[in-house]
Design a protein around this ligand. Structure first.
Ligand SMILES: [Zn+2]
Length: 281
């Protein structure tokens, strides 16, 4: 590791949702049944809090309103550890499935609850499954109108479920003066943007590739990276609902047992901080 990349602070982020709430499971497990499933998010999020505390890292936790309402103590624990509390919307509904009015009500309700529970202002928002793209950029105006200061909702890659491949790779103000959009990290290589910021890609690629990609962004481009993970990604023992399609199974369960070890390496190999401190200060 060179000193230069040690000096660049990257943003460590966690999307706080349970294993059965991911968008790929939506066709199999509907919202109405969520309350009947034994939750694992509290335990798994506490494990991530421990990992971060061990490395003295503070990050940003994009939390579902649905989770916050049921686990207010978890929200307070996140804040007590010095992390930034941010919004992941109420119930993981993709923005592409919402009208502007529904979206506005969703993000306002989530922000209010998170602020009431934590006693801290909520500045950040991340869309379920990075579901802001060319079809619904109005959502960025709604976020500004409802008092958010930044969004981390557009992934500048090509993917079958999300992405906006032509979008900028680094933070920018929407329409020049609007809300700050902070994209997940990609590496520009051979004419394409390659996802290098976490989630399923972090589990699929060898750790060395993620490290190479992030170093390239830190050192060659002099830019901070944005990395994301989920509490369920460090939980190989999670129940496996029946009937999932092959692609969904592959993506969700791949290398879950390796995530925790890789996260420890990642926390050691780079400098980390909260989204607001990396991008708003
Ligand atoms: Zn999510």
């Amino acid at each position: 590791m060179t000193t230069q990349s040690q000096q660049i602070r990257n943003a460590f982020t966690v999307d706080v949702e349970d294993y059965f709430q991911v968008s790929a499971f939506a066709p199999y497990i509907d919202h109405e049944s969520w309350d009947s499933i034994t939750p694992r998010v509290e335990r798994n999020t506490h494990r991530i809090l421990e990992l971060l505390a061990d490395k003295q890292v503070q990050g940003t936790f994009f939390t579902l309103g649905w989770i916050a309402e049921r686990f207010p103590g978890l929200v307070r624990d996140i804040v007590a550890h010095g992390h930034e509390l941010a919004s992941h919307g109420w119930s993981h509904t993709k923005v592409t499935n919402q009208t502007a009015a529904e979206f506005g009500a969703d993000v306002s309700r989530t922000k209010s609850l998170l602020e009431d529970l934590s006693g801290t202002p909520v500045h950040g928002y991340r869309a379920a499954s990075y579901s802001i793209n060319t079809s619904n950029l109005w959502a960025l105006d709604v976020l500004a109108e409802t008092g958010h200061l930044y969004s981390s909702s557009i992934y500048p890659i090509r993917h079958d479920h999300y992405g906006m491949p032509g979008a900028p790779r680094f933070p920018y103000r929407y329409n020049g003066t609007g809300i700050l959009e902070v994209p997940i990290t990609t590496v520009a290589f051979r004419g394409r943007n390659w996802p290098m910021g976490g989630g399923g890609y972090f589990r699929m690629f060898p750790y060395g590739l993620t490290k190479w990609g992030m170093q390239r962004v830190n050192q060659r481009e002099g830019r901070p990276c944005v990395f994301y993970t989920h509490p369920w990604e460090i939980d190989p023992e999670q129940p496996r609902p029946s009937g999932l399609g092959a692609k969904t199974r592959f993506r969700h369960y791949l290398n879950l047992h390796k995530t925790e070890g890789r996260l420890k390496q990642l926390l050691n190999d780079f400098s980390w901080d909260r989204m607001d401190r990396v991008f708003l200060d």
